[in-house]
Write a protein that binds this ligand. Structure first.
Ligand code: AMP
Ligand code: GLY
Length: 423
């Protein structure tokens, strides 16, 4: 089979690495990819939002399966374009990717189908939003309705901060039209868990759990980022939590989408908060998480291409997902200054130390080839993942391996997986 992967981050590198192990696959392409992906796939210079070019490329190369990694093309309807051209593609159609593309949609869906989530109100007018904030309890959470690179969520501790937030989202349009509508929701406290799942429209199969670290600095300080590290499994995702989510959240979401005539095929990523009153949905994503994918896929035993095909064909009920009985930790190596401004173009040394290792991996996020050298090319540069028999061993291994890599302005959090010690 020939497989095309769309995207260019650590997530797509982890997907490509897993696809490369499939017995069914002889050739992988990635659009646009990065310097690490180029080691296992042929990278083609087509952007993820260039739908016509992607479809034309897939037709020309007779691609058997295309896997969309990123949220923007999914929400923009890339799957519909591939299907129109008669091409096999993994991911939700536009009318289902709205589960991630509109927070107002997802909140209304949860309310309508009694799926546990924070209480909320939706606003299209800044005046109405500000009026509501006059009498709210604080802290409170403001969310831009649309995609905002994971930055459209503001946690406001005072009324003044919340008023400022409404102004920047709705009036100053900090995230453009993503802020035309906002959701204002109740602030929840608890442990956060990421649960990824495969969905074929009817059946949902849950992958092993993970926990992300969204803030830039140790101790969960600093700005929100795309994610600075992860571990899997989460020790807080107990059998009891799993049972609750299976009963009230996972299948209920798939069934709700079907009832709305928005059949969902692809990945549903459940961002959960384990509150005092039970697990609640923080958010849905319609794609693999990044960096969660970098710890979940290395622990997955299945041939991922068979699972992708089962989702597209509607035969996921025939698949048993299996994960190794171990743990994995990923530490992101970033460019100092991320998520604000940072320099790039620095040579990266030590990558070869990971070659051929099946317990230590380095997934590229922001790298490129320049005059034969691999250089830094983004805020998040690499994800260093290590496995271990348990979480503590995996964490030690991952941090040991971060020392194998050198580049100027290398920055990482030193406390990824600290929560393990509290379990
Ligand atoms: P989201 O993009 O919706 O996952 O939100 C980003 C982050 O904001 C989450 O990972 C949480 O840490 C935080 N967050 C979102 N919604 C809430 C909420 N209702 N209460 C507390 N924290 C929240
Ligand atoms: N790691 C969170 C996300 O992928 O949205």
């Amino acid at each position: 089979m020939k497989v095309l992967i769309v995207g260019s981050g650590g997530r797509e590198h982890a997907i490509a690495w897993k696809v490369a192990q499939s017995k069914k696959v002889d050739k992988i392409y990635c659009a646009p990819g990065n310097a690490g992906i180029a080691g296992i796939a042929e990278c083609v210079d087509i952007g993820a939002m260039e739908f016509d070019k992607l479809v034309a490329f897939a037709q020309e190369k007779e691609i058997d399966l295309t896997v969309i990694g990123m949220d923007d093309p999914l929400v923009g309807g890339v799957v519909d374009e591939f299907e129109k051209a008669g091409l096999k593609v993994f991911g939700p159609r536009k009318n289902a990717a709205i589960l991630e593309g509109s927070k107002a949609f997802s909140k209304d869906l949860m309310k309508k189908y009694n799926i546990p989530t924070a209480a909320y109100e939706t606003f299209n007018s800044p005046e109405e939003a500000m009026k509501y904030l006059e009498t709210s309890a604080y802290p409170i959470v403001l969310k831009a309705d649309g995609l905002a690179l994971g930055k459209g969520v503001l946690i406001c501790t005072t009324k003044e901060e919340a008023m400022e937030g409404v102004k920047s989202l709705m009036l100053d349009k900090q995230f453009g039209s993503a802020g035309n509508t906002i959701v204002i929701e109740e602030f929840m406290t608890g442990r956060e868990v990421s649960v990824l799942s495969f969905v074929d429209g009817n059946t949902i199969k849950i992958m092993t759990s993970a926990q992300d670290h969204k803030r830039a600095k140790d101790g969960d300080e600093g700005l929100n980022t795309g994610g600075m590290g992860t571990f899997s499994p989460s020790p807080f995702y107990t059998d009891e939590v799993d049972e609750f989510c299976k009963k009230y959240i996972y299948q209920a979401t798939v069934d709700a989408m079907k009832a709305e005539v928005r059949e969902f095929k692809g990945i549903i990523f459940f961002g959960l908060m384990l509150t005092e009153n039970g697990p609640k949905v923080l958010e849905y994503n319609a794609r693999f998480g990044d960096p969660e994918t970098q710890v979940v896929l290395p622990r997955m035993k299945n041939d991922i291409v068979e699972v992708f095909e089962a989702c597209v064909d509607g035969t996921l009920d025939k698949i048993d997902l299996e994960f190794e009985d171990n743990a994995a930790v990923c530490v992101v190596l970033a460019s100092d200054g991320y998520p604000l401004s940072y320099e790039k173009g620095f040579p990266i040394k030590g990558l070869e130390k990971f070659d051929g290792n099946d317990s230590y991996f380095v997934f590229h996020a922001g790298t490129k080839l320049s005059d034969g050298n691999i250089v830094t090319n983004g805020g998040r540069v690499l994800g260093v993942t290590a496995k271990g028999q348990d979480l503590k061993t995996a964490r030690n291994n991952a941090y040991e391996a971060t020392g194998w890599i050198e580049f100027a302005n290398k920055y990482m959090r030193t406390d990824i997986g600290k929560a393990i010690d509290e379990a």
